[in-house]
Design a protein around this ligand. Structure first.
Ligand code: C5P
Length: 410
C-alpha cells in the first residue's frame, strides 16, 4: 500500500533540511510530492526537489495546464498527510487566518487530510505573542505542530526556533501516517495503537515561580514520570500535548511539547490545548508564588529582613475538573511522604478528578527511575508493585485506553 505525502516548503533557511527529509522519506518507500512557495524557491530549487522525490514539483496556483490536469484540490487530497516544513512565521499566520493567496495556502485550506506543521524561525519571531496565538489556533483546528529545537540559529541568536533534525521529522511523519498493515490482521504488527484518534494532554516537571530575575521557588520534580506517560501515549497512537515545566529531558518522539516556567503559564498552555479526550496532570505545580516578582535582582537584605510575600497559584487540575471542556478522563497525581491513599481519595473528590495516581515520595522517587503507585478511582485504591517509571507509564496508558473505549460505548 503506497503512502503519500504532500510536502509544502516555506521560505526559510531551514528549507535545505527539507531536501534531506525528502530523501529519508523516499528511502522508506513513501511517495513525496513537493509544493514550493515563492519564498521557499529563494532557498531551494524545484529541480533539487524533483530529483530527490522523483516527482514533479508544484509552485504556482496560476499554471493553467496543471490546473486542468490535476486541480489543486485534487493535489491536496491525494495525500495521506500534508507536511509544512519549514513552516515559517508568515506561513503559519496565513494558515491560521485561512488565507489562500498562493498554491501552498490554497492547498492547506482545501485539504481534508491531516496536517503536520514543522515550524522554524528566529527565536523572537517564535516567542512573539502573534506567533504563539497562531500556533494555538492551528492546534485547535487539529493541526499537529512539532516543537522546534533550541540552539544556535542561522541568524546568530540562540533559543527555540530551529527546525528539528530531518530524522526526527521523519519519525513524526511515520507516526502520523496510516499503518500500511492496517486492515491485514494476519500481518498485524505487534504494536497495538489503542489510543489512535485520541488527544492526550499531559503536564510534567516542576514549575518555577520567580522571586526576581535570578531566583525562584521550585521543587525537585525531574519530569521523568510525566515524560514517560507522554511517550507511552504517543506510542499507543495518541496525539499528545506535553506541557512541561523546566526539566532537562529530551522531547519524546511524536509528542507536541509546550515549555512553560510558572504555574500561570502552565495553566494557560493547558487551557489552550483543549479539547482533549484525557488529561494526565503529573506536574508538581508550586502551590505558592511570590506576590510581586521583582523586576531587578533583590539585595540579600530584602529577602531576610522583610521575607517574601506569597500568594496561592491556580490549581490547574481542580480548574480542569470543573471546566466546561473537561476531558472525559481526568487523572491527577498525588505525591506524599507516607501512605498517600487517604489524602488521594480526598483530593480526587475535591479536585473533580476521575483517578488519582498516588505515590509515597519519601525515597528517591522524585529524581529516580522507579515508582510504586496506588491507583485511586471511584472503586477504591489499587496498589501496583514497584516498577520502572516507563512501565508505570505503559500500564497507566493501557488503562486510559480501556477507560476511554468504555466511555465511547456508553
Ligand atoms: O494538591 P496536590 O498538589 O497534592 O495535588 C497534586 C495534583 O494536582 C497533581 O496532579 C498536580 O499536577 C495537580 N496540581 C495542579 N495545580 C496546582 C497544584 C497541583 O494541577 N496548583
Amino acid at each position: 500500500m503506497d503512502r503519500r505525502i504532500l510536502l509544502i516548503i516555506g521560505g526559510g533557511i531551514a528549507a535545505y533540511k527539507s531536501c534531506e527529509l525528502v530523501r529519508l522519506l523516499a528511502r522508506q518507500g513513501i511517495a513525496v510530492t513537493c509544493v514550493l512557495t515563492d519564498a521557499g524557491a529563494q532557498f531551494v530549487t524545484p529541480m533539487t526537489l524533483a530529483t530527490l522525490s522523483g516527482n514533479r514539483v508544484h509552485t504556482s496556483l496560476w499554471d493553467a495546464g496543471e490546473e486542468a490536469e490535476i486541480g489543486h484540490i485534487q493535489l491536496s487530497r491525494a495525500a495521506d498527510l500534508v507536511v509544512v516544513c519549514p513552516a515559517t512565521a508568515d506561513l503559519l499566520a496565513r494558515m491560521a487566518g485561512g488565507l489562500a493567496g498562493d498554491l501552498a495556502t490554497t492547498l492547506l485550506l482545501a485539504t481534508d487530510t491531516p496536517v503536520l506543521a514543522v515550524p522554524a524561525m528566529n527565536v523572537r519571531m517564535w516567542q512573539h505573542p502573534a506567533t504563539q496565538r497562531n500556533l494555538a489556533t492551528l492546534r485547535a483546528d487539529g493541526v499537529t505542530v512539532m516543537e522546534p529545537d533550541e540552539g544556535p540559529m542561522a541568524c546568530g541568536e540562540y533559543g527555540p526556533g530551529r527546525l528539528p533534525e530531518p530524522e526526527q521529522i521523519a519519525a513524526e511523519i511515520m507516526r502520523l501516517l496510516p499503518d500500511p498493515l492496517a486492515g491485514q490482521p494476519d500481518f498485524a504488527p505487534d504494536r497495538p495503537r489503542p489510543l489512535h484518534g485520541r488527544h492526550l494532554l499531559v503536564t510534567a516537571g516542576p514549575t518555577h515561580e520567580a522571586i526576581d530575575p535570578v531566583r525562584f521557588i521550585g521543587n525537585r520534580s525531574s519530569g521523568r514520570q510525566g515524560f514517560a506517560i507522554a511517550a507511552a501515549a504517543a506510542e499507543a497512537g495518541a496525539r499528545v500535548t506535553l506541557v512541561s515545566g523546566p526539566v532537562a529531558l529530551p522531547t519524546p518522539v511524536g509528542v507536541d511539547r509546550v515549555d512553560v516556567e510558572s504555574a500561570a503559564e502552565m495553566q494557560a498552555a493547558v487551557i489552550a490545548a483543549l479539547p482533549a479526550d484525557a488529561a494526565v496532570m503529573v506536574a508538581a505545580v508550586a502551590d505558592w508564588r511570590p506576590a510581586d516578582a521583582a523586576a531587578g535582582k533583590l539585595p540579600k537584605s530584602a529577602l531576610t529582613d522583610t521575607g517574601i510575600r506569597l500568594q496561592p497559584n491556580p490549581d490547574i487540575l481542580a480548574d480542569l475538573g470543573h471546566h466546561p471542556q473537561r476531558p472525559s478522563l481526568l487523572v491527577g497525581f498525588a505525591a506524599e511522604t507516607g501512605d498517600p491513599r487517604a489524602s488521594a481519595a480526598e483530593k480526587r473528590a475535591r479536585k473533580g478528578a476521575d483517578w488519582i495516581v498516588a505515590n509515597d515520595v519519601s525515597g528517591d522517587v522524585m529524581g529516580g527511575t522507579a515508582n510504586q503507585i496506588h491507583l485511586v478511582t471511584a472503586n477504591g485504591a489499587e496498589s501496583w508493585p514497584q516498577l520502572p517509571k516507563d512501565e508505570v507509564a505503559r500500564r497507566l496508558v493501557a488503562r486510559i485506553a480501556e477507560a476511554l473505549d468504555g466511555r465511547a460505548h456508553d
